[in-house]
Unconditional design. Structure first.
Length: 353
């Protein structure tokens, strides 16, 4: 099958013999950049489509092709799109070969479209895991934090902000369960503005921090807020976007009322400090969150309140009185007499009546 690369094509798959798309009429391309054979569309991202492809220069290994399609006409829009594309490519290259970030293979321009080729991660997103397996336990949330926070720490040190952190942008590798941070498509330097000319923010409503949405300010603490919201969603299955539409950012102050099961005070404190609208009260760095998670005692999985049991207490084993341990009693000879005789013996003498 040959895949049409027109981002607006609704039925992009065509027989190998076709030279033009049977749906939209666009010319079909054999290899992008004389290297990548596009197999099928995977998803539609914020700036265009995402395709599965084969890298003919690397043993036909699967990879992901991200297409940046222009959303509007005009010189400014084109320049803005190219700026975002170039910046993303440079940032991904700058991040190097981090084991929890997809590798960048190439970036190029072809047929007035921009393309980015990245490592294909075989696995599933945490959003899909939530939908298939149910709510995350406290242990799973701690695992998530302890695995993703080091990645955020590393990219923040290099001046990169992810800016779109949410469960569908965190993948679990099929081979070993490693968590991988994907989709840096809207990543920006935190020293720059994140507002477009039309005032549209980059990021996802419900996950993006207050300063990110209202003031166009994106800093490491913004990613930490989004990570906290992601943990909240995985523990409650509540959609942050829906809460945002209903209550704005006010729901954040009562986030723990949505919990289905109790959690430890320690984790509640950590999440509460991630989920702060006020930057002065929120964690400022991934390293500080890690320090709190690693220096305080870990707890076991939380359970339903009705399942909580008072632990049994151990007391010193002191020898009890001998009569309790082995109440051996030598009967008095009179005890063998009939009850009437005993009654006469223990009755009050008539002289004392």
């Amino acid at each position: 099958m040959r895949c049409c690369l027109n981002p607006d094509c609704e039925k992009p798959l065509n027989p190998d013999t076709h030279k033009h798309c049977q749906q939209c009429g666009s010319r079909l391309i054999d290899l992008l950049s004389d290297r990548f054979k596009v197999l099928k569309p995977l998803d539609r991202g914020g700036f265009g489509k995402i395709y599965l492809a084969e890298d003919t220069h690397n043993h036909h290994q699967h990879c992901v092709i991200k297409q940046l399609a222009y959303q509007s006409q005009g010189t400014w829009a084109i320049q803005r799109a190219e700026e975002l594309f170039t910046q993303e490519a440079q940032q991904l290259h700058q991040l190097g070969q981090h084991p929890q970030i997809p590798s960048l293979y190439a970036y190029f321009t072809e047929s007035a479209n921009l393309y980015l080729a990245q490592e294909f991660i075989e696995g599933h997103t945490l959003l899909k895991e939530l939908q298939q397996k149910g709510l995350f336990s406290e242990t799973q949330i701690r695992e998530l934090l302890l695995n993703i926070l080091p990645v955020l720490r590393d990219i923040h040190v290099q001046g990169v902000i992810h800016r779109d952190l949410k469960p569908e942008n965190i993948m679990r590798k099929q081979e070993d369960g490693t968590l991988v941070l994907i989709d840096f498509g809207v990543s920006r330097r935190f020293t720059e503005s994140v507002l477009t000319k039309t005032g549209t923010t980059l990021g996802s409503q419900g996950y993006a921090a207050l300063e990110q949405m209202q003031a166009g300010k994106s800093i490491p603490a913004s990613d930490l807020f989004s990570l906290g919201v992601s943990c909240f969603q995985l523990m409650t299955n509540k959609v942050p976007y829906t809460l945002f539409l209903q209550y704005g950012y006010s729901w954040i102050s009562q986030w723990d009322q949505h919990l289905k099961t109790p959690i430890s005070d320690h984790l509640r404190t950590v999440l509460g400090k991630l989920l702060q609208n006020d930057l002065r009260l929120r964690y400022g760095s991934a390293a500080s969150v890690l320090a709190d998670l690693q220096t305080r005692p870990r707890c076991l999985d939380t359970v339903q309140q009705s399942q909580l049991q008072i632990p049994s207490l151990s007391y010193p084993l002191l020898p009890p009185p001998w009569s309790v341990v082995n109440p051996t009693i030598n009967p008095h000879p009179l005890a063998l007499k009939p009850f009437c005789l005993l009654n006469s013996l223990y009755s009050t003498p008539s002289s004392l009546r």
